[in-house]
Write a protein that binds this ligand. Structure first.
Ligand code: ZN
Length: 203
């Protein structure tokens, strides 16, 4: 997949903001402040859920997801096969940031839970908006990770882990993972590992 293809796929999701005023999975049906019903009202350039009782607007904001890109000594990227949602499809090991959790701690925690590996984080590889799930938009942050301990074994939301060339990934669950891998592959010349630092492709 080229970067352009991956970019098109990653941004081709649901952008129907008005759908958020209709109660459904992942959406708030009642006012968080007073518990009364919400109704859609035009506010500025958007329709937003507004409380029929106290008038408070319920804002829907994306959650934050974190993923860690770990590569082996020949440049392949560690991917995991999902066992729950998007079961059977692969992803860069990832998870959500908890409410009171530091974003980098969340990334190392999720990676340890899913792969058994302890990582230290390095650079931010990519930041993208994820629109593939209309019920839960997220902002994803992909960190580079260096393995400093642990033993590789799939766990938690994964039932298999393996290294793949970034230009030859298996069936991927998330379009932005495809974009990240395509961009990574493009930085490396499109033919896998070049021996250069992937985080600083111009040096
Ligand atoms: Zn209210």
């Amino acid at each position: 997949m080229t970067v352009d293809d991956a970019l098109a796929r990653s941004t081709a999701g649901e952008h129907n903001h008005e759908a958020l005023v209709v109660p459904g999975p992942g959406r708030v049906a009642f006012c968080r402040r007073c518990g009364q019903s919400l109704r859609p009202e035009q506010r500025g350039d958007r329709v937003r859920p507004v409380c029929v009782g106290c008038g408070a607007i319920t804002f829907h904001n994306p959650a934050v997801g974190v993923a860690v890109v770990v590569r082996d000594d020949v440049g392949r990227v560690l991917l995991g096969r999902r066992s729950g949602s998007y079961g059977g499809q692969w992803c860069i090991p990832c998870g959500y940031v908890e409410w009171d959790e530091d974003v980098r701690l969340a990334a190392t925690r999720e990676f340890l839970e899913e792969t058994g590996l302890v990582v230290e984080l390095a650079e931010v590889v990519a930041v993208h908006s994820n629109f593939h799930n209309p019920d839960q938009h997220t902002v994803g942050i992909w960190f580079a990770g260096v393995v400093v301990g642990g033993e590789l074994a799939a766990a938690d939301d994964l039932d298999a882990v393996a290294f793949f060339e970034p230009h030859l990934p298996p069936d991927l669950a998330f379009p932005t993972d495809a974009l990240v891998l395509a961009q990574l592959s493009a930085r490396l010349g499109g033919q896998g590992y070049s021996g250069r630092s992937w985080a600083r492709p111009d040096t």
